[in-house]
Design a protein around this ligand. Structure first.
Ligand SMILES: [Zn+2]
Length: 112
């Protein structure tokens, strides 16, 4: 696809640009790194890129090395953060739904 990213998140980590991050820090660094370009591109292409990255993750799970897996997880998370930024979702806030385990039965492990 056109308009992709030349530098993946894993590469930024390798470069020492970012250290261990929480979700808010991930969204912030993604916003500062790609936000302007992502907004120009629009939401629909971001969804397409995220879907493509999920496909690459699926392939890495099936026949990739551990390094391939880690690379694809980082790309999926980065594109997920991009999409969250574009649609105004705070990942830290929404993941809180799982703080007490299963959101349906509030149990760890799930007892549904
Ligand atoms: Zn449950």
């Amino acid at each position: 696809m056109q308009g992709g990213r030349d530098v993946c998140l894993a590469h930024l980590v390798t470069l020492g640009t970012v250290g261990a991050m929480d979700l808010a820090e991930l969204q912030d660094v993604i916003e500062r790194t790609y936000g302007e370009r992502d907004r120009e591109r629009g939401v629909a292409p971001t969804v397409a890129w995220l879907a493509e990255e999920f496909g690459e993750l699926a392939q890495a799970v099936r026949k990739g090395t551990q390094a391939d897996l880690e690379h694809e997880f980082s790309d999926v998370l980065a594109w997920l953060a991009t999409l969250a930024n574009q649609v105004g979702v705070d990942l830290t806030a929404v993941v809180d739904r799982y703080r007490d385990g299963c959101p349906k039965c509030d149990s760890i492990p799930c007892s549904c």
